[in-house]
Design a protein around this ligand. Structure first.
Ligand code: CTP
Length: 404
């Protein structure tokens, strides 16, 4: 996969920066084109001359070259490079650069480029053990993961400081393989396509402070939105109340109730090419909305009855209006899974349905992995092994593109 690919290698100021020379050699050996981008501090650990020579391109360091060399097109280089790149890897990534990216700072060429970037970004952190374990570093790493960047965990072992623990840059072969694997998964096959994804639960209010809902975390839908955007899609993510950050390069619309979700999905449907309904829509909502907080009452044997009315089946209604859209639904089943899912696929006019069982290990609400069976309208049934929700998302999108 590396042959002919455009790779940006970001190098920041840690002791492992010297290993970037080997990384470049491996990429060049595989016939990839490499553009090195360094921070000023990285130049203390390895010279730009070495990296420029190995990559056969001048390593970029500063946003603005010194005055005599300035030309008008130079300051937009970060935008040009972003369009040129197929993938970017920062190795090693220091705690400082991770913190800056997590907070959207752009005070040097590397971080400015990252803000403008469209392609996948892999970040291989490498630092001393206490810096890595520091709560603030870990929080920043979580921000980057949730935003849709790919974090590569450091190896454990003896560090340059003499301490032992996680912090070492992984072996070069492993880094090259991770880049190659990601290029295998992500193709630009949704370029120009509008992708509408729903995610998370809905909340159905009983009174101003109480609601009915379910345990959906939204992670599957957010992974789908991230993967679709990385594959070039123009993604709108319609989300119920969740505790997740918006994936990069997606447009998010927040809703609360099933009826709000229905309204937004209806309004976006006709202009969409792909519709993926991964939200766990509440099937019922209280028939009567109470405007004042309900009182508990103080009788010993008190009972409380809430009358429920059915919510619209959003996916079914959209399926009936289908023209050119490729449509995917989910089916959460604990019994007779394949049979029930096939019935839903037919009834809702879908091209594919993703069956999952919340009782299976590695599947279900809140997990980072999922175990699903993909059933397509041509009758194919693929039972997939346990994999990350991002990988499940790509398996689903691989099938979607065959129907486009
Ligand atoms: N769905 C929807 N609107 C609803 C309920 C579900 O659009 N009111 C969508 C879900 O997002 C999912 C698919 O329909 O993509 C199947 O949802 P599921 O809850 O498994 O099935 P239901 O049709 O609700 O049937 P049941 O709960 O009886 O199994």
């Amino acid at each position: 996969m590396l042959k002919g690919k455009h790779i940006i290698l970001g190098v920041t100021g840690g002791i492992a920066a010297y290993k970037s020379a080997w990384l470049i050699r491996e990429f060049v050996k595989a016939n990839a084109e490499v553009q090195v981008v360094m921070t000023r501090t990285a130049t203390q650990f390895i010279t730009p001359l070495t990296l420029s020579t190995l990559s056969r391109r001048e390593a970029l360091i500063d946003m603005f070259p010194p005055a005599p060399d300035q030309t008008t097109d130079q300051w937009t280089k970060h935008v040009d490079l972003s369009l040129w790149a197929d993938i970017m890897l920062i190795a090693p990534a220091t705690a400082n650069t991770i913190a800056k990216i997590a907070h959207g700072m752009a005070d040097d060429f590397l971080t400015t480029l990252v803000l403008a970037l469209r392609c996948p970004l892999l970040i291989a952190s490498s630092m001393d053990v206490d810096m890595y374990r520091n709560e603030i570093t870990q929080r920043n790493i979580d921000i980057l993961k949730e935003t849709g960047y790919f974090l590569i965990d450091p190896d454990s072992g003896e560090l340059a400081s003499g301490l032992t623990g996680p912090g070492r840059l992984p072996e070069i072969e492993r880094l090259v393989k991770i880049v190659d694997d990601l290029l295998h998964k992500i193709h630009q096959d949704l370029t120009g396509k509008r992708v509408l994804v729903s995610a998370g639960p809905t909340q159905e209010p009983i009174d101003p402070v109480r609601f009915f809902s379910n345990r959906s975390s939204g992670k599957m839908g957010f992974a789908l939105a991230n993967a679709a955007a990385l594959r070039g899609g123009e993604v709108t993510l319609v989300s119920g109340p969740v505790h997740l950050r918006t994936p990069r390069n997606t447009r998010r619309i927040d809703v609360v109730t099933a009826s709000e979700m229905n309204e937004v999905m209806q309004s976006k449907f006709s202009s969409s090419d792909v519709v993926i309904m991964s939200a766990a829509v509440a099937d019922f909502s209280p028939a009567h909305r109470v405007e004042h907080k309900l009182k508990r009452g103080d009788e010993v044997d008190r009972r409380f009855v809430v009358e429920l009315k059915g919510n619209p089946d959003i996916l079914k209604t959209l399926g009936e209006q289908k023209t050119h859209q490729v449509m995917v639904g989910f089916a959460l089943e604990t019994d007779d899974g394949v049979e029930n899912a096939k019935k839903k696929l037919d009834e809702k006019h879908l091209d594919a349905i993703i069956l999952n069982n919340p009782n299976v290990k590695g599947a279900g609400f809140g997990a980072d992995t999922n175990v699903v069976t993909v059933i397509t309208a041509d009758g194919k049934i693929d039972e997939l092994p346990m994999m990350s929700k991002f990988d499940v998302a790509n398996e689903i999108l691989d099938r979607v593109v065959t129907y486009l």
